[in-house]
Design a protein around this ligand. Sequence first.
Ligand code: PHE
Length: 463
Amino acid sequence: MTQRETWTTRLGFILAAVGSAVGLGNIWGFPFQAGRNGGAAFLLVYLVVVLLVGLPAMLIEFVVGRRSKKNPVDAFRELGYGSWTFAGALTAFIAFWILSFYSVVGGWVIRYLVGSLTGAYFGGTEVGNYFLSIAMGPDAVAFHALFMLLSVGIVALGVSDGIERATKLMVPSVVVLLVGIAVWAATLSNAGAGYDFYLSPDLGEVQWGTVIPYAVGQAFFTLSLGMGAMITYASYLGEDDSLPADGGIIAVLNTLVGVLAGLVVFPVLFHYDPNIDLSGAGGSGTAFTTLSSAFAGLGSGGRVLASVFFFVLLIAALSSSISLLEVVTSYVLDNTDYERSSVSVGAGSAVFLFGLPAALGLNWLGLQDASGIDTLTWYNDIAYNLLLPLSVLAVAVFVGWVYGRDALDEIRRGSETGNWFSVTWLWFVRLVVPAGILFTLVLGVQTLLVNAQVLAGPVFEFG
Ligand code: PHE
């Protein structure tokens, strides 16, 4: 077994983790969720959730990773609790699963970048058909492959030479370019209506019963929790820096990018149509079609804007996908003598194959109708609503109730926050985090059942 790699600098770790956190979830998902669920009111709920549930949960993964210096699957045994290996294995499995369709969507993003540069979906009736023409089938497979190839290329180069170097470039680019196009978007007519929709708190719109669990789910996903990514990244920490401080910076930057994305998306959409109805937007395809229509409506300026936007989306997605691929890669590396380059190619190929049904839109498992978008929803639903909360719960119970004292010890290492902080943190891990998760689980299972019924509908009719 070769010497385990480490980050070169503390900043390198922070940027890699921010790169993981900032992804499709922030730029593509977050604004729409906020817009639909009461604007600033959602933002407020979300901020509270990030602070009370998300951040403590991120520190859990940092503790496990830095203490064990192992991939998530082997981390628990390394800490002396082999019977908890299932929790780590679950996170790695979800990483694999989620990456397989994250990459399909990543392929769409490349496709939209190309389409924006060439103007393929600009003009005429093209815009509506463009998504359908690229979302599934051989083309979608090819771009899914290309996206995985790019991810493999970075991971193959290693922790410091690949991931750290790439994210050092990617994360600042995302921020600078987003600020740039947000300023541009501000000059569009009706931008004000967009800000209004996005930011004015509408407490009447907030359905607390669903918004809180939703915010918890979104917080986990956007902070890259429950998939072993943060355990893996923290396992490459060589020195003892303050985990709470690093976690705080990562959570703040991640939230800022989500907010910033909304400041681009909504002025553009409301410029395009001041009365736009966004109640159904934000699903796997609608965000693309709604936004691209708006870009197309802007003419040639829209092409530049769209190109920059999809470029940002692409690098954000890539800097996330590499962290998921690294989970799988690190597991194999820790357990075999293979070279990193071959391992990452192998892991990437396996993920690619697993994502094929979603890219092809096959009537996979017979559980959905013939559209690939539904296959994707199905993939997404199981992972997001069920497996993800369960894995965060398992690791939280372990750290809070089983590993307790040692966890306190680890969180204090390199940190100047007083003991009150670590003790408060532990109680949050023991009580608040599991409570938040239980809420999401109940809602998640409900959603799953409803969708399963909808998806199974046509099958029953034909059968
Ligand atoms: N946080 C990423 C996003 O918001 C998704 C992700 C989850 C990436 C888990 C890595 C690990 O898009």
